[in-house]
Design a protein. Structure first.
Length: 334
């Protein structure tokens, strides 16, 4: 379960100046990284996008997005377009010429003032960068559909645990098709999860110690060998938390707000498997967890499942696995 007490109390001045909120600081303290992150975070989590990131986002064919629906539930999804559909007119803005379609759990969620987390990931190179902020202008009609994000946080992530993928000439020409929502994982969903080496998770924080710089929605990548997400039963998933950048953006949000949304992407078929639920952090070591290299576990209790067929326009083929996974051992898939 989550640690019972928050080991961090912030003064108002610290809350305003730090890129981390109390949930992130609490997990950093429990993990032994808070002192180091106090210096590193203030330096590398920027209030504007560096030129390298601005150029990077402009060359991507998709972005991973995290946002809240009308009920405050975080969901993760992907937005696609021709490279250049995302561009940065200046370091404090990112324009994205795409919106979630009517088949997506986040359809209608991109509104002025909404908190949005974006992850730019280039599968062929394993590069990834994050940008979080609030929505300004929204164009929901015609060919210029999209939104402008006012940047609050901009930072890079290391390439650990990312499987390389290459885009193919094949496309999915059929329009996206949403299947009826479910409250548990059917056999097909369980098989997809147990075979996956990648998923994306959206979380949100706006509670105690929140500031314009530290609060909001975040979306991040999780990767491992196929089987790294364990299907405990039709309503429970467990995965290991491996060593990362020690910011603990995702775990810090979950520490304070357990609501999470994950999406598993079938990069060959283009199908999305969206899952909403409540997460808990399990403070186990790798011996107790059964996952070599795991520092702790995350368990997700499923509340809603939505599958969208052919949601990703392009088909991708698998390339080499991340060398970081060599230290995570082996385990059977479900």
């Amino acid at each position: 379960m989550n640690a019972p007490e928050n080991p961090v109390r912030q003064s108002p001045s610290l809350a305003e100046s730090s890129p981390f909120h109390t949930g992130e600081m609490a997990v950093q303290t429990l993990a032994g990284s808070r002192e180091a992150m106090a210096e590193v975070g203030a330096r590398v989590i920027r209030l504007a996008m560096p030129d390298q990131h601005r150029q990077f986002f402009a060359q991507l064919p998709f972005l991973v997005m995290g946002a809240l629906d009308a009920h405050g539930q975080p969901w993760a999804t992907l937005l696609s377009g021709t490279p250049g559909f995302a561009r940065s007119p200046d370091p404090t803005l990112l324009r994205v010429n795409a919106l979630p379609p009517s088949t997506d759990p986040l359809h209608g969620a991109v509104t002025t003032g909404a908190s949005i987390g974006l992850l730019g990931l280039e599968p062929s190179t394993r590069r990834r960068n994050r940008v979080n902020g609030t929505v300004g202008e929204v164009d929901a009609q015609g060919d210029s559909q999209g939104f402008t994000l006012h940047v609050v946080q901009s930072f890079g992530n290391c390439p650990q645990y990312i499987r390389k993928r290459e885009v193919t000439p094949q496309t999915h020409d059929a329009p996206p098709l949403a299947e009826p929502s479910q409250t548990s994982l059917d056999d097909d969903a369980q098989w997809q999860i147990a075979s996956a080496d990648t998923f994306f998770i959206a979380t949100h924080y706006a509670g105690e110690g929140a500031s314009a710089r530290s609060a909001g929605t975040d979306v991040s990548h999780r990767g491992g060998k196929p089987g790294f997400v364990r299907v405990e039963d039709a309503t429970t998933l467990t995965w290991p938390d491996f060593r990362g950048n020690a910011f603990f953006n995702t775990l810090g949000n979950l520490y304070a707000n357990p609501r999470a949304g994950v999406v598993f992407v079938d990069f060959a078929s283009g199908d999305f498997l969206h899952i909403a639920g409540d997460a808990e952090i399990l403070w186990h070591d790798e011996v107790q967890s059964g996952f070599e290299g795991a520092l702790r576990l995350v368990r997700l209790h499923v509340r809603e499942v939505r599958r969208v067929r052919s949601a990703l326009p392009a088909a991708w083929r698998e390339d080499e696995a991340s060398p970081s996974l060599e230290r995570t051992g082996a385990w059977p898939t479900a």
